[in-house]
Design a protein around this ligand. Structure first.
Ligand code: MLT
Length: 395
């Protein structure tokens, strides 16, 4: 038996697992340290009341023979797919119910979707970006080409027609930079994908944070239905990081070599996935109801205000930063960190310095594919954001 040798090409551990390990080690050595996490983007506000009520009603249904439910619809319960359909209608995007697949979150689908493509293939991945795209493509043995984000292109890399690819990953609002593609920029990506016969995997996990007049779905772009899949999640939208629910949209118009990707994904899911729990799906449906949306948007505003506080604190320290406006992340340039032996400036060195000198956890840019930068998450409790910003070192 030979093992998948591609795993040898991965980093030893997944970015957030490595950070968790480092923090555990630090706490073991410093048990009284008051460590504040602005690292992994994990929500801290409780589920909205409308979500809790719906889930409690669903639990009660499961207690009675007449309303008890066993296996659900493979593609997701119709009531939740209708709620997603209505949510998209609000973005002027018309979806058919069989184009929507309910999942247990964006991360799983993001990795699992590679099942329906012939691998090894070539994947175009922006940098910096959510590390799951890179890791899953390494596991599949795919060739990766990077589209580099930088201060010059405002961390919004654009297509290069000299580069051929089969898959294109786009994350907008971007994790970690918070940069959002404009309508015209996404149109350029759609045209490029059509020209290259490639498929765009569009990650819209942070769409609800968009405050400016910018696209919140790839399907707001003409002809995206012919070349794109959209992956979304209730994790950040409705505080479901521990509850687990998301959805993936695969348009019926998306075909390659005469094969429907929607049909292939359905075939894959019916074999390998038995759906999300009924109780969770009722909660997700409630999150998209008028009352639920009002309540979850209240939580989003709270995180947006946190982001504002982080941005203000960085600017007061003359630390160059972006993001925070249309995303729950602030992306900053690592201040030079003086150590006894040398002037360190890598993002992992800054991570250590911040943890040791101020007991603050952030995420090194290197983990997203760009060293010298650092990400702070706005998902913490307000009092912790305020305390962390007081302690944050000056540049
Ligand atoms: C992040 O911090 O980038 C995310 O929370 C990680 C994830 O969604 O898996």
């Amino acid at each position: 038996m030979k093992m998948n040798a591609n795993y040898e090409n991965l980093q030893d551990s997944y970015l957030f697992a490595r950070i968790g390990q480092k923090v555990r080690e630090y706490k073991a050595k410093n048990p009284n340290a008051d460590v504040i996490s602005l690292g992994i983007g994990d929500v801290t506000l409780p589920l909205a009341p409308a979500v809790i009520e719906a889930m409690q009603r669903a639990v009660a249904e499961m207690a009675h023979e007449k309303t008890f439910r066993g296996y659900g619809d493979y593609q997701g319960e119709i009531f939740l797919r209708e709620a997603v359909q209505n949510y998209y209608a609000g973005k002027n995007v018309q979806l058919e119910l069989d184009e929507i697949f309910i999942s247990d979150g964006a991360k799983s689908d993001c990795g699992n979707l590679l099942d329906i493509f012939e691998c090894p293939c070539t994947a175009l991945i922006p940098a910096p970006v959510y590390p799951v795209y890179v890791d899953t493509n390494i596991m599949a043995g795919n060739r990766i080409v990077y589209a580099n984000g930088s201060e010059e292109n405002h961390f919004l890399p654009m297509p290069d027609y000299a580069v051929d690819t089969n898959l294109i990953y786009l994350c907008s609002p971007n994790n970690p930079t918070g940069a959002v593609y404009s309508h015209a920029q996404l149109e350029a990506w759609v045209n490029y994908a059509l020209e290259k016969d490639a498929v765009i995997l569009f990650d819209g996990a942070y769409e609800i944070f968009v405050q400016d007049e910018l696209p919140t779905s790839i399907f707001q772009i003409p002809r995206a239905r012919e070349c794109a899949i959209e992956i979304c999640s209730f994790s950040k939208t409705a505080g479901f990081t521990g509850t687990r629910c998301g959805y993936t949209v695969i348009p019926s118009a998306l075909q390659r070599g005469g094969v429907s990707l929607n049909k292939m994904w359905l075939r894959r899911q019916t074999t390998k996935f038995n759906g999300v729990s009924y109780i969770t799906q009722r909660g997700a449906e409630a999150a998209l109801s008028p009352t639920g949306l009002t309540q979850i948007k209240e939580n989003i505003r709270y995180y947006q205000q946190n982001a504002r506080l982080i941005l203000d604190a960085m600017r007061a320290r003359n630390i160059p930063c972006i993001g925070g406006q249309n995303a729950p992340y602030v992306w900053l340039k690592c201040p030079q960190v003086a150590s006894s032996a040398e002037t360190r400036h890598t993002s992992w060195a800054f991570f250590d310095h911040l943890l040791e000198s101020a007991n603050i956890v952030g995420t090194p840019g290197e983990g997203f594919g760009l060293d010298g930068y650092f990400r702070l998450s706005a998902f913490a409790k307000r009092e912790n954001v305020l305390r962390a910003m007081e302690r944050f070192p000056t540049a």
